[in-house]
Design a binder for this molecule. Structure first.
Ligand SMILES: Cc1ncc(COP(=O)(O)O)c(C=O)c1O
Length: 475
């Protein structure tokens, strides 16, 4: 079923052995003059026989077809600039400058960047937070209300799964959106593996879905893919627009090292994906038996049930809501065991697993958690109101153009924010330009600072507790 031509990586290796004098890019000329282990020998440009990603007619066309067959899509594309480029390209495919768009509050910063770049009128769907402080699935009733109020919106953008693994009811969302002829983009950056058990948004009819392969699959950092599904509205036209916009937001010199990494990953998934996924699932079941007796630390879906529409339990979300430790403190303690986690917030730690994790690693994590758990005492913490509601005073685009000054956090209440502020990871904005700064947001930022969560702001002044505010639209 799969195209049985030479795989890209194989072809690159074969070519690297040829005695060819390269009077072309890259400047390293495939020589390892720096004496490093970097893959200079296969790092080429669009030379004879290696096709062109943006006019794929040869080996890259085969690569894209193999990807599309694997994910069972109408069309699939490589993204060498990460899921970020897919978000920008897909939104631009549906929206022209000044258009209306519906986006979930917990969207990645790339979605807000697209809103700024295209000066979009963004209608933001507020996030619901559960009793652990984790953002829940999309509330379809609230979305429905927003759609009815904004029938002229050009598309809906949601994230599923979230960084924490929360899955939304894509089928219901798509049914709702399509009844208004509104396409749905699903940021499935954290769920590139979900198609292996038919849980991808592609299975539920989303129009466009993007996956960061590098997040959960064996592929190099920055590699991602985007798909137009078989159920997409006006799929031929959408595909053409997506193609054009990918070339707008991705490098004009796509790395063959990255592209061969995607192709290798696709080949692996095709041959062994299901087997490795089942093995991971079985290892996670084993992990579950080991952490069952944790007393203070709670793990969503493991020793405490999840209360979401659905949950991707390849994400191990450890809650510290009920003990005398913060998420960042737990992450630090795990470092003493040489365990490096993906992310920590004030009351949780996220450990990502992938097809490449074995029973040994999971057992080691379980043992470390059990040891730490024994040293803890019970302490009930307040639920943290993550992602406060956004009240926009003017568009992100306009706010980005206006004159701003740095203001101490203590004095900024009721002013209009002039910059983005987010915790990284997960890269979801806490504040966006044009938003009114409320006391709730100030308290939330202080709480994150006190919890030693890494905060990033455009002015880089957030560590000094200062933020840019607009001069003109003041108190
Ligand atoms: C939900 C979500 N979407 C998109 C992205 C961007 O993906 P990438 O890092 O592949 O550009 C991220 C990155 O962390 C993310 O968390």
């Amino acid at each position: 079923m799969y195209t049985l031509i030479m795989r890209l990586y194989e072809k690159l290796i074969k070519y690297s052995k040829k005695d060819i004098v390269p009077f072309h890019m890259p400047g390293h000329k495939r020589k390892n003059i720096l004496k490093s282990n970097l893959p200079y020998e296969i790092d080429i440009t669009e030379i004879d026989g290696f096709d062109n990603l943006y006019k794929a007619e040869g080996i890259l066309k085969d690569c894209l077809q193999n990807l599309s067959r694997l994910y069972k899509t109408y069309k699939s594309y490589y993204l060498v600039n990460g899921g970020t480029s897919g978000i920008l390209a897909s939104i631009r495919s549906f929206c022209n400058i000044g258009d209306k768009i519906i986006i979930a509050r917990n969207s990645h910063k790339a979605v807000f960047n697209a809103v700024e770049l295209l000066n979009l009128d963004a209608k933001i769907l507020d996030a619901d937070v559960d009793k652990y402080g984790i953002v829940k699935e999309i509330d379809v009733c609230r979305l429905s209300k927003l759609v009815i109020e904004n029938k002229d919106a050009k598309c809906i953008v949601i994230t599923s799964p979230t960084y924490d693994g929360v899955l939304s009811d894509i089928k219901q969302i798509v049914d709702l959106a399509h009844s208004f002829k509104m396409p749905v983009i699903v940021d499935e950056a954290h769920g590139a593996h979900l198609f292996l058990e038919n849980k991808s948004a592609l299975n539920y009819g989303a129009d466009v879905v993007l996956n960061s392969l590098h997040k959960t699959l064996p592929s190099l950092t920055q590699t991602a893919v985007m798909h137009v599904s078989n159920f997409a509205l006006d799929k031929d036209n959408v595909s053409k627009k997506i193609e054009r916009n990918i070339s707008l937001f991705c490098s004009s010199s796509p790395s063959y090292v990255l592209m061969s990494s995607i192709d290798e990953c696709v080949s692996f998934l095709e041959k062994k994906g299901k087997e490795y996924y089942l093995r991971l699932k079985s290892n996670l079941e084993y992990f579950k038996t080991k952490v069952r007796n944790l007393k203070h630390l709670k793990i969503i879906g493991y020793n405490t049930p999840h209360n979401y529409f659905n949950f991707d339990n390849t994400k191990i979300v450890i809650l510290t809501n009920f003990c005398n430790l913060s998420g960042t403190q737990l992450m630090k303690k795990l470092r003493k065991y040489n365990i490096e986690c993906e992310m920590a917030s004030v009351t949780s730690v996220l450990c990502l697993t992938s097809l490449c994790d074995g029973r040994r690693e999971l057992l080691y994590l379980a043992r470390a958690l059990l040891e730490i758990d024994k040293t803890l005492i019970t302490k009930q913490k307040e639920i943290i109101g993550v992602l406060p509601k956004i009240e926009m005073k003017l568009s992100i685009y306009r706010a980005s153009l206006l004159k701003k000054s740095l203001v101490d956090l203590e004095n900024i209440q009721n002013m209009v924010c002039g910059e983005f502020v987010y915790a990284y990871p997960p890269g979801i904005p806490i504040l966006i330009p044009g938003q009114k700064v409320t006391s709730e947001i100030i308290d939330y930022i202080k709480l994150l600072k006190a919890g030693r969560v890494i905060l990033v702001s455009s002015s880089q002044e957030i560590d000094n507790m200062r933020l840019q505010a607009l001069d003109k639209v003041g108190k």
